[in-house]
Design a protein around this ligand. Structure first.
Ligand code: UT7
Length: 331
């Protein structure tokens, strides 16, 4: 029997209609368009409307990806949603997505790996496919970060946006054409847990009048320390994933990094010796959408026709946990 190889069969994305510009933010907190653009590269971001939730955006992205793959919801064997903003603490966003798209034969569960979540999901899906456990797996990265953003905190509220990206992964045979995952590499370091977190609302510090008054249900981030971590780890993890499949940085055709900050992306590209012509960037239009950022970027990179058959595409994420991860795709 030939070994199955995990391929990417389809991609989709969804963002809310409402756009919040830097000019809008200037009226909300003490900031400027100039500061936001020069420090982060962000010009605007999409923000959820009253009816948008992580599961509703996920379902839209998932349906688009299934359509792209030519696969019916009933043929999906597993749904993995990577998110830090599930509709509620439980049940999982993935179970809500399963119901919304009518994927009645799928097992469904979430993973929490911050902005690395999509790469974690792809890694897990790959091993489930290649072990023969499941065939068609929907991997979704989705966030409604606007609901956990402190809109009075200028150091964080200018950074984030909402959206969802989805990929359908399924088995390919050796001789098949089409994108396939050829390597992944993940890492975690829980000693950095406090660097990006929501302090309250979990079992450690349940919601109380006090926690609400002290704004402990919003994202709290040590921006500078996360920045240092990110600039170190992105190059390292990309190189590790490449080395695992016998490739080097010279083999990279497209680098699709987590879109958190243009300065972090520039730093990673520099470390890998990559010209920016090989780096996909859309942070200016979406901000940091955490787990959604890589699948949205991958969707747009493919849609724009930049990625060609045979290209080596490297996806790299880092984020809360701390976590990091890279996946190498031969297109
Ligand atoms: O997805 C993974 C998670 N997160 C990240 O990847 C974020 C990583 N970190 C970063 O991207 C950057 O650290 C930030 C964009 C968050 C901050 O940029 P920075 O260049 O590290 O700025 P800073 O925090 O050192 O602040 C510089 C100054 C400070 O003023 P003083 O103390 O120098 O007077 C801040 O108070 O900029 C001030 N500042 C602002 N000014 C205008 C902070 N936020 C703003 C703002 N508008 N929105």
């Amino acid at each position: 029997m030939t070994r199955a190889i995990a391929g990417i069969l389809g991609l989709g994305m969804a963002v809310p209609d409402k756009v919040l510009t830097n000019a809008d933010l200037e009226t909300m907190v003490d900031t400027t368009d100039e500061w936001i653009k020069t420090r982060t590269g962000i010009s605007e971001r999409h923000i959820a409307g009253p009816d948008d939730t992580t599961s509703s955006l996920s379902a839209k992205a998932a349906m688009a990806a299934l359509d792209d793959a030519g696969i019916r919801p009933s043929e999906v064997d597993a749904i993995i949603v990577a998110t830090i903003t599930p509709d509620m603490i439980f049940p999982s966003a993935a179970c809500l997505v399963q119901d919304k798209i009518g994927a009645r034969n799928a097992v469904a569960f979430d993973i929490s790996a911050g902005c690395s979540g999509f790469v974690y999901g792809v890694t897990l899906a790959r091993s489930l496919i290649e072990s023969g456990t499941y065939r068609n797996i929907l991997v979704v990265g989705a966030e409604v970060l606007s609901r956990i953003t402190d809109w009075t905190d200028r150091s964080t509220c200018v950074l984030f946006g909402d959206g969802a990206g989805a990929a359908v992964l399924g088995p390919r045979s050796e001789g098949d054409e089409g994108p396939r995952i050829i390597s992944t590499s993940l890492g975690s370091d829980g000693s950095g847990a406090d660097l990006i977190h929501i302090p309250a609302g979990g079992s450690l510090m349940p919601a109380s009048e006090e926690t609400v008054k002290n704004r402990l249900h919003f994202i709290s981030m040590a921006g500078n320390q996360v920045y240092k971590f990110a600039t170190k780890i992105m190059g390292d993890i990309a190189l590790d994933a490449l080395q695992k499949c016998g490739l080097t940085k010279e083999d990279i055709d497209w680098f699709v990094p987590h879109q958190a900050n243009i300065r972090i992306i520039l730093h990673a590209a520099d470390k890998l010796g990559l010209p920016m012509e090989k780096v996909f960037v859309n942070v200016e239009r979406y901000g940091n959408t955490s787990a959604a950022s890589i699948p949205i970027a991958l969707f747009e990179a493919r849609k724009s026709g930049l990625i060609k058959p045979g290209n080596i595409v490297v996806l790299v994420g880092f984020g809360a946990g701390l976590t990091w991860g890279a996946a190498v795709v031969r297109w």
